[in-house]
Design a protein around this ligand. Structure first.
Ligand code: FBP
Length: 238
């Protein structure tokens, strides 16, 4: 059960309100909700996580090493802005990297992710691939394309891949099979009706996925701890 908070870079503060704009608000949810890990970029890790004993090493940290802004949507590329060595210094247990599968810049990202995996081994950190099909060649993200993206993550050596929900249990279970021994987590997406979201998570778990990596559906909620409890019941009892 991973709490994602890299949206400030990816989408901008448009996703936040007066509370969630403050990284401490999210780190507190991660701490009190006993999330498996929180995902942040280098700046949040340096200014809010590493400097605060309340969070440092108490909340397992996944450092997102690359990122792009929402001004570049057409044929995206997500460059590294942090090294694995820096991530280890900041206290990370794992590193995350987005590969835009199908983008004309895909080769650059697969090569860079290969290097990230190699470095992660050196520092004994887990490597997680955000495997997102994007760009003008991807007319629509079908479940088969999601399965291909998950497979690419496994082929590149990822310990875990993060993919979008395919819409139903049986297509997601093919994604999970395609990833083999690489664990699959599913992202939350835009905030939706709570019971619809929990049903989705149930289907994710029944499909054999390892869990979820969710952001907006938790910290945009009026009751983040309430939804955390409900999520735990679904994720850990499935
Ligand atoms: P959400 O649950 O808020 O969707 O977060 C999951 C995530 O993968 C984030 O890690 C990332 O910032 C965002 O979704 C990417 O969203 P987009 O689909 O707009 O690229």
């Amino acid at each position: 059960m991973i709490l994602a908070y890299d949206q400030g870079m990816e989408h901008g503060p448009i996703d936040f309100n007066e509370e969630s704009v403050d990284p401490n608000y999210i780190l507190e949810i991660a701490l009190q909700g006993r999330y498996t890990a929180v995902v942040v970029g280098k700046g949040v890790a340096a200014h809010y996580y590493q400097v605060n004993k309340r969070y440092y090493h108490k909340v397992p940290l996944i450092l997102k090493l690359n990122g792009k802004t929402r001004f570049h949507q057409e044929d995206p590329i997500s460059p590294l802005n942090c090294t694995v060595e820096e991530a280890a210094y900041l206290g990370a247990v794992a590193v995350g990297y987005t590969v835009y599968v199908g983008s004309p810049h895909e080769n650059e990202m697969t090569r860079e992710f290969g290097e990230v995996v190699r470095e992660a081994r050196k520092y004994k950190l887990a490597a997680i691939g955000w495997m997102y099909p994007r760009g003008h060649l991807i007319k629509e993200e079908t479940p088969e394309i999601t399965a291909y993206a998950a497979r690419i993550g496994m082929e590149l050596g990822a310990d875990m891949v993060k993919v979008k929900y395919t819409g139903d249990r049986s297509s997601l279970s093919w994604v999970v099979k395609s990833a083999g021994r690489t664990k699959v987590v599913v992202s939350g997406g835009v905030k939706k009706d709570k019971s619809k979201f929990l049903d989705e998570v149930q289907s994710v778990m029944h499909a054999g996925a390892a869990g979820i990596a969710v952001g907006r559906n938790v910290w945009q909620s009026e009751d983040p701890m309430g939804i955390t409890t409900e999520l735990k019941n679904v994720v850990f009892s499935s």
